[in-house]
Design a protein around this ligand. Structure first.
Ligand code: ZN
Length: 307
């Protein structure tokens, strides 16, 4: 009965004229008719510099070393696929500072022994380190003091959760010795919000790690120069300095809603305690912080607070 009634209703509408939705669609087509003929500006990506990866107009090559740095340590950057598409990436600058055989970037989430035999061999090599914080991680400076310094370091480039996912879901990455950085230097990547003043971007972590492993302080200065130029340029063109979450909390300027997730809230509480204590007990490692709930977007950093 009901189906018959509905069908009848529909038929009546057709007889009476076009249905309201059809009439609206027709109206819309008419109002847009002129727009379709307008010339369309093709959305093309700005041409990029082949060396630094920045748009050609803002090429950072003048700030890169003339010749790649001579280093004996080889870096493997394990980059989450989401990092590749970010506008302000720091890894291309790192790559441009080092010889091609000393900085290899592998993009992906899962790295199996079958698909990445070279990486698997690297992970099994006792002279390989992985930069990832944790209770098991040794301070890199202690390792560098050993007579036979390791020669390969793996760094994960991604947000906190991306890095964690990559580290824990790829058994290969738990084979190398785990290390972390313990430094008080402040991040110079001021155009991204960071959890604490001492959390570093991937580029900065690599610069600090190489300086320690190569026992050469000028490395850090050379690798950070293009980053300083990038930030300076962005600030001159309207970018704002992003204070760290730690700074905002310490100065009562944090105006974002606190996370509802208990684990994230705990992390924020730890950050606040640290901010209040202002005792510099924060270690730095590459990764990124808590994002969505705190509205803290992107950084290639991970903050690890010692308890
Ligand atoms: Zn360039």
């Amino acid at each position: 009965m009901e189906r018959g009634a509905l069908a009848g209703g529909s038929a009546a509408a057709e007889v009476a004229g076009p249905a309201p939705t059809a009439a609206l669609a027709e109206e819309e087509r008419e109002s847009c008719a002129g727009l379709w003929e307008l010339p369309v500006e093709r959305c093309e990506r700005r041409p990029e510099c082949g060396r630094c990866g920045r748009p050609q107009k803002v090429c950072l090559c003048p700030f890169l070393p003339v010749h790649p740095l001579k280093v004996s340590t080889c870096l493997y950057i394990i980059q989450h696929p989401a990092e590749e598409s970010r506008v302000l990436r720091t890894v291309p600058l790192l790559v441009a500072c080092l010889p091609p055989d000393k900085c290899k970037v592998l993009i992906g989430r899962r790295f199996s022994e079958d698909r990445y035999p070279e990486l698997a061999a690297v992970c099994r090599n006792p002279s390989t380190l992985i930069l990832y914080p944790g209770a098991e991680a040794t301070n890199l400076e202690e390792i560098a003091l050993m007579p036979s310094s390791p020669s390969v370091m793996i760094i994960i480039d991604g947000t906190w959760s991306q890095a964690k996912d990559i580290f824990y879901k790829n058994s290969l990455f738990r084979l190398p010795k785990q290390v972390q950085l313990k430094t008080n230097i402040s991040s110079q990547y001021v155009i991204r919000t960071q959890p604490t003043n001492t959390c570093l971007s991937t580029l900065e972590c690599a610069a600090v790690a190489l300086t320690i492993m190569e026992k050469n302080k000028s490395i850090q200065e050379t690798i950070l120069r293009p980053l300083q130029a990038l930030c300076s340029f962005q600030l001159q063109h309207g970018a704002q300095i992003h204070h760290s979450k730690e700074h905002l909390l310490k100065n009562g300027l944090y105006d974002k809603p606190m996370p509802k997730n208990k684990r994230k809230l705990r992390r924020m509480e730890l950050l606040m305690v640290t901010a209040v204590q202002d005792c510099g007990k924060i270690s730095t490692v590459p990764v990124r912080p808590v994002t969505k709930l705190c509205s803290f977007r992107s950084l290639k950093i991970l903050c690890f607070v010692f308890r």
